[in-house]
Design a protein. Structure first.
Lengths: 469, 475
């Protein structure tokens, strides 16, 4: 049996390519406001281990539908001949310039060896108009199983008018926003494709199952990436050799900047990997309110905003069991006699109410170590700040939510809504406690790669469920 | 399932190099490649948790299955190992030649030989034991710097850059995998040091046997310490404890010890009998060199190789990215993207025409039922082509010498059918008469401007309301 094929057809600029980009998870599909962006039909086979389960075909839009229908009606005999007339139309104009778009979009629909279903796409945010009727009539003439998709591109709502009009031509009418559709909605739509023909149901169900498993795998990979990011962030330290007569404090500001820079770069690399896992390539990340290109998402990793949004409150930290570590850190800070570094100026007063209990303002300690063959080594980190991993995780989680929820029809920068970031599902007490315990294990792991790996694996287990939308 | 290959230290370097290369590859390509390899190797269906050696074995098999994967990581390591052995052989042979040197004037001093081949060996074995302890022993960092294998690693300076980089990576000078390679570094250095030590002892035994066989040596013992023959005999008894019951020839008796003691003040000269008796020391000395030099080094070398292999297996599994490879080999590849690249868009890149306020039109046409309150002709939309032609004929008559205004929906794109209509209208009106297109409602005016400009009609223009915006209306 040939696998099901679906031609995505419609008026120009009504989101056909967006539908394809979203369903095929392909951000390389050209989506532009100009009509005629798609000039050739393009196939998007969905395959599992090389076995194709269905194929989507992106097609150009109708440009001369009335004229084409006029040509067909002049040759019409009876309804049973409609399909043949459409075939004649394509064959006759295959080599002429009169109807390049119509020929291109109708060609898959006249192929009897590879029966192709029709997905007719309209924009539900603009009013219904009679200019669509000619193209819907032509599609009806093909006699292929068909489904209409109302894709609301803009904000206005004309869905009901469209539903009423489309219902006269198509058995199934669905509303599907290609730009905002959640993953479950995409699967639901694929299941609807399976309703077009009995023999298509099984491959479409198999496709839905495979896509669902694939989605879970991507989430697992993302959890691995985020867990690795946290492990790296919690075990990172930077060091500098210090001469016997040098004052170590002189080097502390630069070393701290180096430490923070490495953490920022590591976070960025993690984000790129997560984007790559979801097949989003070369995404810009920017703040919604600033409109500027900035690499960091929700401000800088060490900014007040980031810590306010993603850091745990004092009470939550203590409940999560992170208070003990914080208290110990505070004691060390006293013992270090001020060699510890406080981010007081940057975060201090505002975050004070949000951050951990004792010594939580500290990001990283400095230590002066003796070298075996003489000389000293000034080391900054690893961080013992109990809130830092929660901030890092919160940002990673939010970034993941944006990336995983982003369809491949969306263009432009990855935009951040701070209110949305703040309204993310809070962690439960159990999750915080489990995370805190694992963060501590990572803090104690030192250079023991097996301990780090074990803690990272535990983190994956904890993080994976909280990445679910 | 075929037997999995065993990873070597060089495999670890190759793995790190390949994973580093993979970072620059698109994930889709890696998924397809690794899934293909997984299926080929029979790993594709495994869902059970795998133990560490199996995971390392799979990674090794995966690495061998990638045609372009590097397989040179072991070259540098082998070279350094060979240099360590060569240095050991040379030092051992030179030590034997020096310590067993006999020109007939002064007998070979047994104490020196014991000091170098028994006492020093015992001390270095203790140091080895400390260095081999799990974890970090406080204050033992200098041991690593004193490792004789450091001598061999000096050779890396003269290696080709690629090989040098890989060796230095495993020695911990590369920061990237420092944490992962920590145990491997430790055991690799210890393995090299034990190879060198074994070579040293073997060469020393060989050199000693060479002198014993091909020259006539005389042995004595001499020390400044307050040690009489009985004390010395107690020590020799202790030293030959491991073999004295099975090999009496290697056990010096008290008489031999007394006979061969040499004093600094004494004019030394062995009689023929004494010389013959003193030669009985050599079985004891060779046995001591073998039992305290060669055998422990064989044991430590086997131990270090075993621990090194174990460290390599763990490091492979913990190398960043390795778990992703294992996952990719077992996860089905789901592809949904286009099978071929999209061609270049055929859209013209002409700049759009200027839009200007509407002038007084002689005739108004509503295209596809675009909103208009006044009297107007209709075309497009649900009308037939014949009706369009009728509208064009009427418009040409009604407009006289004035312009024809066509109201269109700004939110609908200008399709070729509309451009055909404009062409037909121009044909009917003739050159010189203005045709104005007025998009109404919200829409992308830039698209309209660009499309109308592409028509190339000098008397065609787009008009907007006074504000420069399309007139209000739906949507």
């Amino acid at each position: 049996m040939n696998e099901p094929r679906f031609a995505v057809v419609g008026h120009p600029n009504k989101g056909k390519s967006s539908i394809v980009a979203t369903l095929a998870a392909d951000d390389a599909v050209r989506v532009a406001p100009e009509p005629g962006t798609t000039t050739r039909s393009r196939e998007f086979p969905m395959s599992v281990d090389g076995k194709t389960l269905y194929t989507l075909i992106d097609t150009p839009g109708f440009q001369r539908a009335r004229r084409a229908l006029d040509w067909m009606t002049q040759r019409q005999t009876t309804a049973d001949q409609h399909g043949a007339v459409v075939r004649d139309f394509v064959n006759e104009h295959e080599r002429s310039d009169a109807y390049p778009d119509e020929v291109e979009l109708l060609r898959p629909l006249i192929d009897d060896e590879q029966p192709t279903g029709i997905l007719y796409v309209v924009d539900g945010s603009v009013p219904y108009g009679p200019e669509y009727e000619a193209e819907m009539e032509i599609l009806r003439w093909t006699g292929r199983p068909s489904l209409a998709l109302i894709n609301p591109i803009g904000e206005a709502d004309h869905v009901e008018a469209w539903r009423a009009a489309l219902g006269q031509y198509f058995k199934i009418v669905r509303v599907f926003n290609a730009v905002t559709a959640e993953f479950d909605k995409r699967l639901e739509l694929l299941r609807a494709f399976g309703q077009l023909k009995e023999e298509w149901r099984q491959p479409l169900d198999a496709a839905v199952q495979a896509l669902d498993a694939d989605r879970k795998r991507r989430r697992h990979e993302s959890a691995q990436e985020i867990a690795t990011l946290l492990a790296d962030g919690l075990t990172l330290s930077v060091s500098k050799k210090v001469g016997p007569k040098d004052d170590p404090k002189k080097f502390q500001p630069d070393l701290l900047e180096d430490f923070k820079g490495k953490l920022r770069r590591r976070e960025k690399r993690g984000r790129e990997r997560v984007e790559s896992i979801y097949d989003h390539h070369g995404l810009d990340r920017r703040e919604a309110d600033s409109g500027e290109d900035v690499e960091s998402l929700v401000a800088d990793l060490f900014s007040e905003d980031a810590w306010l949004l993603f850091g745990l409150r004092r009470k939550d930290l203590v409940l999560a069991g992170a208070g003990g570590g914080a208290a110990a850190g505070g004691a060390l800070d006293v013992a270090a006699g001020g060699t510890s570094l406080f981010l007081g100026a940057a975060i201090g007063a505002v975050v004070g109410g949000t951050m951990g209990y004792l010594g939580a303002g500290r990001l990283a300690e400095f230590k002066l170590l003796s070298q075996p063959l003489g000389g000293k080594l000034l080391r900054c980190g690893p961080t013992r700040n109990p809130n830092f991993p929660f901030v890092l995780l919160g940002r990673a989680r939010y970034h993941h939510a944006l990336v995983a929820g982003r369809t491949h029809a969306q263009r432009g920068a990855l935009e951040v809504d701070q209110a949305q970031a703040g309204a993310m599902n809070p962690l439960t007490d159990e999750q915080r406690a489990a995370l805190s315990k694992t963060f501590k294990a990572l803090g104690k792991a030192g250079q023991d790669i097996e301990a780090i790996s074990a803690a990272t694996a535990e983190l994956v287990e904890i993080i994976e469920p909280i990445l679910e939308p | 399932m075929p037997r999995l290959p065993s990873p070597q230290p060089g495999t670890l370097l190759d793995l790190a190099t390949q994973l580093h290369r993979d970072e620059a590859e698109p994930l889709e390509r890696l998924r397809t490649r690794d899934r293909g390899i997984g299926k080929e190797l029979g790993f594709a269906t495994s869902q059970e948790p795998l133990d560490t050696p199996t995971r390392a074995g799979r990674l090794t098999a995966w690495l061998y299955a990638i045609p372009e994967a590097p397989h040179r990581g072991g070259d540098g390591l082998r070279l350094v190992g060979l240099v360590a052995v060569a240095i050991g052989l040379l030092l051992g042979y030179v030590a034997a030649m020096g310590l067993f040197y006999y020109d007939g004037s002064t007998p070979v001093n047994v104490v020196r030989i014991i000091a170098v081949f028994v006492v020093l060996q015992a001390v270095t074995l203790v140091l080895f034991g400390v260095a081999a302890l799990p974890g970090r022993v406080p204050g033992s960092a200098w041991l690593r710097d004193l490792s004789p294998a450091k001598l061999a690693t000096l050779v890396t300076r003269w290696l080709p850059s690629e090989t040098r980089d890989t060796v230095q990576q495993i020695l911990g000078r590369g920061q990237a995998h420092q944490r992962v390679y920590h145990a491997v570094q430790k055991w690799q250095l210890l393995a090299w040091s034990q190879s060198m030590a074994l070579a040293f002892n073997l060469a020393a035994v060989g050199g000693a046997l060479q002198l014993i066989v091909f020259s006539d040596l005389g042995f004595g013992w001499s020390t400044t310490l307050d040690l009489d023959a009985e004390d010395a005999h107690r020590y020799t008894e202790a030293i030959c404890l491991p073999w004295r019951d099975v090999f009496q020839g290697g056990r010096p008796d008290l008489a031999l010890v007394e006979l061969t003691q040499i004093y600094r003040a004494q004019d030394f000269e062995f009689s023929k009998e004494e010389a013959s008796a003193s030669a009985k020391w050599w079985p004891f000395l060779v046995m001591a060199m073998v039992i305290y030099g060669v055998l422990p080094r064989i044991v430590t070398l086997v131990l270090t190789q075993w621990r090194l292999r174990d460290a390599v297996v763990k490091a492979m599994v913990h190398t960043p990215g390795a778990d992703r490879v294992l996952d990719r080999m077992t996860a089905a590849v789901v592809e949904t993207r286009a099978s071929e690249h999209e061609g270049a868009s055929s859209n013209s890149h002409a700049n759009g025409m200027d839009a200007s306020p509407s002038s007084q039109a002689g005739c108004v046409i509503r295209w596809a039922e675009a909103a208009y309150d006044g009297e107007a002709l209709d075309a497009g939309g649900g009308r037939t082509l014949d009706e369009d032609r009728q509208t064009i004929a009427t418009a040409a008559t009604q407009a006289h010498e004035q312009s024809v205004l066509i109201r269109v929906k700004a939110w609908e794109p200008p399709v070729l059918e509309f451009l055909d209509f404009l062409g037909d209208l121009r044909h009917e009106l003739g050159d010189g008469r203005a045709i104005e297109v007025q998009p109404i409602g919200e829409g992308d005016l830039a698209v309209w401007k660009k499309k109308l400009a592409s028509v190339g009609d000098p008397w065609l223009r787009m008009v907007v309301d006074e504000s420069g915006q399309a007139e209000g209306g739906t949507p």
